[in-house]
Design a protein around this ligand. Structure first.
Ligand code: SF4
Length: 344
């Protein structure tokens, strides 16, 4: 019998899942995965940053925060024609969805028409659209939806009770409010977080609990593994046990059976064997970086070779009557990324 989609998970239940013997946890997660998806299908997501660096926020993991010396040069918002050219390139490379990311705390109202123009033109190419722009008001979310936006990425980053160890320039409730505005505007959500930031297992369970008890499970759940960047406060943090990362993936799959659980930032540093364990644990989406647009590069070749060795194939996706991604047609995201918490 298929798993019931629940929004009433309790902390103790989530922690009990984390504590299962590793083979038992993986078997359970893999069983849930098979109920909802073909486990040989893996969705591929990529990124285009339309405005990089210079962010006023203080996310302790992020090289795009202007207050840290990380060597990231701040760039202005790209012009629409440049974005559309990238979108055409993505479509030619097989993408059916194009995501645009900007390193903002939140867009100013004067930015919305510029982003709306990008969304309209990308949509006119026949692509689905996705954006990650920081916190949104209800009016901004509605304006983006009216311009043709399909998805919005906005991560919770970590557990509510660890949030003020990582970010001081906004509150957890700010994130929840934006997610509510996004849902209310009729947009689909992409929402996850980052592990390996010095948090405890309780915090990791707390992040998954926060995600799994949202009024609607996010359509995509990116699980980022911290990429330590010199100059950021989290540089030098003790590395997370790779098996604990796999447990995080497995528990995410069990508590959010129908979501795309995505290996995101930090994947490049994972061994093929660790990635294979993550696929066994229920990951069914990978974050690929803007390099997807340039076929033949070594990272793309490595991914394709891993897919072949494991018998995996790029997922074909459609959106079903309930608005959830289901297997069907070819799909790829182009989203904001890097180690930014907004990476999808
Ligand atoms: S994670 Fe996003 S909001 Fe935080 S500093 Fe980086 S770009 Fe800004």
């Amino acid at each position: 019998m298929a798993s019931v989609i629940r929004h009433d998970w309790h902390r103790e239940e989530v922690l009990a899942l984390f504590a299962l013997p590793f083979p038992v946890l993986l078997h359970r997660a893999a069983s849930v995965h098979r109920e909802q998806f073909d486990p040989a299908d893996v969705q591929i997501s990529t990124l285009l940053s339309v405005k990089t660096g210079g962010c006023p926020e203080d996310c302790a993991y992020c090289p795009q925060a202007q207050r840290y010396s990380t060597g990231v040069d701040a760039q202005k918002l790209m012009v629409t024609d440049e974005v559309v050219a990238k979108a055409r390139q993505a479509k030619a490379a097989g993408a059916s969805r194009f995501c645009m990311g900007a390193a903002w705390r939140s867009p100013k109202d004067r930015d919305i028409p510029k982003v709306a123009a990008m969304i309209r033109e990308v949509k006119a190419l026949g692509l689905e659209t996705c954006a990650t722009l920081g916190m949104l008001s209800g009016e901004q979310a509605t304006a983006l939806r009216e311009a043709g936006l399909d998805y919005y990425n906005h991560n919770l980053d970590t557990a509510p009770d660890y949030y003020d160890s990582i970010i001081h320039t906004r509150q957890y409730q700010d994130r929840l409010d934006t997610l509510a505005h996004v849902r209310d505007a009729g947009l689909k959500t992409c929402c996850g977080g980052i592990v390996g930031m010095g948090e405890t297992r309780e915090h990791r369970a707390g992040l998954l609990l926060a995600l799994a008890t949202l009024p609607a499970h996010p359509d995509s759940v990116p699980i980022n593994r911290l990429v330590q960047v010199a100059g950021t406060p989290l540089h030098g943090t003790a590395a997370l046990d790779p098996f604990e990362f796999v447990r995080m993936i497995a528990v995410a799959r069990i508590v959010m059976p129908r979501s795309m659980v995505r290996l995101s930032a930090g994947r490049e540093a994972m061994s093929d064997e660790l990635q294979a364990l993550c696929f066994l644990a229920g990951a069914n989406s990978i974050f690929h970086g803007e390099k997807l647009l340039t076929t033949g590069n070594p990272d793309t070749e490595r991914d394709l070779a891993l897919f072949e060795r494991l018998g995996l194939r790029p997922m074909a996706v459609t959106v079903d009557a309930t608005g959830h991604d289901r297997p069907g047609t070819v799909h790829a995201d182009i989203t904001a990324g890097g180690p930014c918490g907004r990476a999808a």
